[in-house]
Design a binder for this molecule. Structure first.
Ligand code: B1M
Length: 210
């Protein structure tokens, strides 16, 4: 029988084949997809983060772990995807300029889609100008920005400033999130909301669009 601990360990060691096998085994055992993500995949990545911080793991190993985690998420994704639901709203989602972290952002996108949102994923390293262009092109209800670095989170402010300059700030609700982001920072930069995790991001969108 597969277990969360074994799955976490496989993420930590970046064993993609084993992550896929154990994730599939948990799915086949009927374990909740969100438990697989939170207690297995994210739990493993949290250990990776701590070791990375302490200098016990390096970028290539972290990258391999991240890829194995994403492979697990891909298997779980169809189980929580919404089918034939009317759209709850349109969200333009991206990781800010200079930032390549996309696992958390993609989880946010997946959770939003599973609750009936139409998600336009602008990808990583998205400049304020590109976000503005995306808003003009897609007319989303929500702009959702992710940042994982203390250096790149400042581009959230730049983006909001540019939305104001372009006169389109009132057309869209802006939500932000990512490990270094807080409610205080969201208030400071003039975002409409902050969510600490992917599930809360969905609740936040629901509240803002109600
Ligand atoms: Co990087 N990295 N990394 N990294 N990396 C962190 C973020 C770091 C905290 C590690 C550490 O020191 N402990 C640190 C940042 C320090 C800081 O700024 N305070 C760091 C660093 C320094 C760097 C580099 C500079 C390292 C280097 O090159 N010397 C470099 C920067 C590259 C760049 O972006 N320009 C770098 C590179 C990388 C990899 C490429 C190797 C890889 C990314 C792979 C990828 O994403 N495809 C990587 C990884 C994997 C991490 C850690 C280990 C894990 C991040 C992750 O995916 N977590 C991370 C340490 C950590 O966070 N513990 C670290 C799992 C994911 C599910 O969580 O993304 O937090 P997270 O998302 C959460 C919430 O934050 C929230 O929901 C998700 C959960 O439900 N959330 C939102 C996220 N976005 C949201 C948006 C919302 C709402 C909620 O609304 C819009």
């Amino acid at each position: 029988m597969a277990n969360f601990e074994e799955l976490s360990q496989s993420v930590i060691s970046g064993n993609l084949t084993k992550v896929k096998k154990l994730t599939q085994a948990l799915i086949d055992e009927g374990v909740s997809p969100l438990d697989i993500i939170n207690q297995g995949l994210i739990a493993g990545m949290s250990v990776v983060g701590a070791r990375f911080k302490n200098g016990e793991m390096y970028v290539p190993e972290v990258l391999v772990a991240a890829r194995s985690m994403s492979a697990g998420i891909e298997l779980v994704k169809p189980l929580i995807a919404a089918k034939d639901m009317p759209s709850a709203g349109k969200v333009l989602l991206g990781t800010v300029k200079g930032d390549l972290h996309d696992i958390g952002k993609n989880l946010v996108g997946m959770m939003l889609e599973s609750r009936g949102y139409t998600v336009i994923n602008a990808g990583i390293d998205v400049s304020p100008e590109k976000f503005v262009q995306g808003i003009k092109e897609h007319q989303p209800d929500v702009l959702a920005m992710s940042a994982l670095l203390t250096t790149t989170m400042l581009h959230m402010k730049d983006t909001i400033e540019l939305l104001k300059e372009e006169g389109i700030k009132d057309q869209v609700k802006v939500i932000i999130g990512g490990a270094p982001i807080s409610q205080d920072f969201a208030d400071e930069v003039g975002a409409d909301g902050f969510a600490p995790d992917a599930a809360s991001a969905v609740d936040l969108c629901n509240r803002l669009l109600a």
